[in-house]
Design a protein around this ligand. Sequence first.
Ligand code: HEM
Length: 203
Amino acid sequence: MTVTAGHRLTPPAEQTGPEGNERLTAATGAVLLALFAAEGVTILFLNRLLTWHYAIGFLLVGPVLLKLGSTCYRFARYYTGSPAYRRKGPPVPLLRILGPVVVLTSVAVLGTGIALAFTGHNFGGVPVLFLHKASFVCWAAVMTVHVLAYIWRLPRLIGADLRRQRPGEPGDAAVRWSLLALSLGAGVIIALAATPLVSRWTH
Ligand code: HEM
């Protein structure tokens, strides 16, 4: 503990790090959930909403990278023996096993989607459209479990970063909101640059 000028006890970042990391992961998860819902609507009306399917798909790249970053950071701190991350421990066994599958299927859906935008149904004999659909089905199954396991934590974790920080809390909420805004900004730039590729499919 360190004593600040206002005589408040402020735990060092080493102690509050895992809580701050979890808050960032949760806020990014909430943004992803909203974007998944919007992308889900475009899938229902793909003929009419293909441009939006592209735009939201490319926009997702930013927040998904941030989610991978925050969870990989926790993973790295845990396995490099950070005392605070060790104390927090790993996710429960089912979610610990599912974690890499969530990552792989997410990368597969986004990766094949991006490949489709640049190539076509088939690229050098690789059935890209089929792989996009197949990886989506696997992703939807594991993501349903992932979201159901974690959604109940979101109000507490996001609420904690929305209200005034209390002594003893990770005090860098502004950094976390900035990272989220940056990831969305990056997603918007990618979407603006890449969505015109949709003309290959609509013509
Ligand atoms: C492409 C989308 C996503 C990817 C790649 C992803 C990946 C991960 C990974 C690898 C973990 C760590 C392993 C685990 O604890 O199970 C994790 C944890 C977590 N995820 Fe996701 N996730 C995604 C979407 C979401 C969504 C939509 C939510 C919203 C409910 C969410 C909320 C959380 C929470 C609250 C944690 C726990 C963080 C902690 O305990 O420190 N995630 N995610």
